[in-house]
Design a protein around this ligand. Structure first.
Ligand code: GLC
Ligand code: MG
Length: 560
């Protein structure tokens, strides 16, 4: 008898291995309120997105991710949900959603939607009930509600701070004369944190997943996926110890509210729920965890399919950092059988075209105001295009943020009165916040609101620079940023770069040089031109290669 051991297939399904569509997909983030406004109220809507599907198809992406469009008082631009299974009238109706999803699928694109499970709006019926109910009631148990410290409970239960500024606790009214309790909100006061130890909360989110899966969505982007479970005792934190170390992207203590092991049980369970719908629905984690090995835990074979690679985004325009994080994240994800994702911009951070135009292109400002250092727009865009060409050549899946294909910068001159980010408001303007990257898109240079809205209304004012960058101006210009994105996505698909692997070549410190299948990629992140040879297939800026040299701040794809 032979002694062959039959190893049972360890994976419940080939979700993290195999050929799932997401493994190499380019996924375009639509921020609905700023994409396209069909009804003229100055806020983008679902019909506006539907009207622009041809543009997205033409761009060459594989899927859309929609930021929240659910019923919400919009205290945090929809990340404060008051009804998880209804569309906010400002964006349209459920019927509009169904039409949009059908049109997206008809165009051969997938669609994932945002899921916000860490907190609801304070206007969610459950929180309204919790406020009215007595301490110790089942209604209060759905949220993280505690007695205060101090003789009369007048001090918050612990020293946690809201990410948007100020304490993470607010007080509830006293309903039965026993003193008022406090509720936790890691974000705005209008975003009370759920108690994920409560079975009703877990069951509720199963039903929310099923509601949207039944409608046909291809998956969910999970908001603050690393924070659902808190250390049961809610201990005080050492604020200094919990700052993320940018150089090493990690280490240190994670703090009692982030990346607790218990979150993984939730995702293992959700994985099974998605499995009931076949093998091609996905979960993507928004989890600001480090190092990348901790991030990879979210994409183990029986958990999520993807996690945003924020350490890559944080690397800035700096070759050694980029090289290290690319290698580290590929290794960490490979080890669990997942592909890696790449991202340069989203609705929470300064656009990469603006960040890379700062004196320190690894800088990570929380918004840019008129009296801060202003980015060099030309240099920033040049580097942004080079970074994009580098990113789209990497194996795995890439996320694009609406407007980056137009090379849009942040609006750095927004007047204080126009700013709406709760982060700005809660810090009295000390933190500038995220409005600058959320400005409505310019579609048509010579139309009101640059074609964003038929009436010219726009919930945030658009900067004058948007005129030249409007989609219609770039259409037909072979050197435009829009053309670069289209060309890169076409070639990426033709060469199957997303499904490839990279093979590094030796290079100068400021240069990244690797081969992915039939393409050789050289990114010159440094200040001086470097020698390069070969057939140029695509370059990040016109004239980037000349006389056998690759100019500074440029990337080129060569025939390998
Ligand atoms: C995520 C979202 C951000 C939101 C926060 C609270 O980080 O991306 O926009 O403010 O969660 O929901
Ligand atoms: Mg509208």
């Amino acid at each position: 008898m032979t002694s062959t051991t039959v190893t049972p297939d360890a994976s419940p399904r080939s979700n993290a291995q195999g050929d799932g569509w997401w493994r190499s997909a380019v996924i375009y983030q639509v921020y609905p309120r700023s994409f396209a406004d069909a009804d003229g109220d100055g806020i983008g809507d679902l019909d506006g997105i539907r009207n622009r599907i041809p543009y997205l198809s033409r761009l060459g992406v594989d899927a859309l991710w929609l930021s929240p469009f659910y019923v919400s008082p919009q205290a945090d631009a929809g990340y404060d949900v008051a009804d998880y299974t209804e569309v906010d009238p400002v964006f349209g109706s459920l019927a509009d959603f169904d039409e949009l999803l059908a049109a997206t699928h008809d165009a051969g694109l997938r669609m994932i939607v945002d899921l916000v499970p860490n907190h609801s709006s304070d206007e969610h019926p459950w929180f309204v009930d919790a406020v009215a109910a007595a301490p110790g009631s089942p209604e209060r148990d759905r949220y993280l509600i505690r007695d205060g410290r101090g003789e009369h409970g007048e001090l918050p239960p612990n020293n946690w701070r809201s990410l948007f500024g100020g304490p993470a606790w607010d007080r509830l009214p006293d309903v039965d004369g026993r003193g008022s309790q406090w509720y936790l909100h890691l974000f705005d006061t209008k975003q009370p944190d759920f108690n994920w130890a409560n079975a009703e909360v877990a069951a509720f989110f199963d039903s929310v997943l099923r509601f949207w899966l039944d409608r046909g969505v291809d998956g969910f982007r999970v908001d603050v996926a690393h924070s659902l479970v808190k250390d049961g005792d809610l201990p005080d934190v050492d604020h200094a110890a919990h700052a993320i170390d940018r150089e090493t992207h990690g280490g240190g203590d994670r703090g009692p509210m982030w990346d607790q092991d218990g979150v993984h049980d939730i995702y293992r369970h959700w994985h099974k729920v998605l499995d009931e719908y076949g093998s091609d629905r996905i979960l993507v984690a928004e989890a600001w965890v480090s190092p990348v090995e901790r991030m990879a835990r979210y994409v183990r074979v029986d958990e999520m399919q993807q996690a945003f690679n924020f350490p890559f985004m944080l690397a800035g325009w700096n070759a050694p950092r980029l090289r290290k994080i690319i290698a580290d994240s590929l290794a960490a994800n490979d080890a669990v059988g997942a592909t890696t994702t790449w991202v340069l911009s989203n609705h929470d951070c300064v656009r990469h075209s603006s960040r890379f135009g700062l004196t320190d292109p690894t800088g990570w400002p929380n918004g840019i105001a008129a009296d801060d250092e202003q980015p060099d727009a030309t240099l920033g865009l040049r580097r942004a295009r080079a970074a994009t060409l580098l990113t789209l050549a990497l194996p795995g899946s890439s996320y694009l943020y609406q407007g980056e294909e137009l090379g849009l910068p942040d609006h750095t001159a927004l007047p204080a009165e126009a700013r709406q980010d709760p982060n700005f408001v809660r810090t009295g303007g000390r933190e500038i916040g995220r409005d600058g990257c959320r400005v409505p898109l310019p579609w048509t240079a010579d139309a009101p609101a640059y074609g964003f809205s038929p009436t010219g209304a726009s919930w945030l004012p658009q900067p004058e620079e948007f005129r030249e960058l409007a989609a219609d101006r770039q259409e037909g210009d072979p050197h435009s940023t829009l053309a670069l994105y289209r060309d890169a996505l076409t070639l990426r698909r033709a060469e199957a770069l997303g499904a490839g692997a990279i093979d590094w070549a030796d290079s100068a410190t400021d240069v990244l040089d690797f081969r992915n299948g039939g393409i050789r990629v050289v990114a010159n992140v440094g200040p001086s031109a470097v020698p390069v040879s070969g057939e140029v297939l695509l370059a990040s800026s016109p004239g980037a290669v000349s006389g056998g040299l690759l100019a500074a701040d440029a990337t080129v794809w060569l025939r390998a």
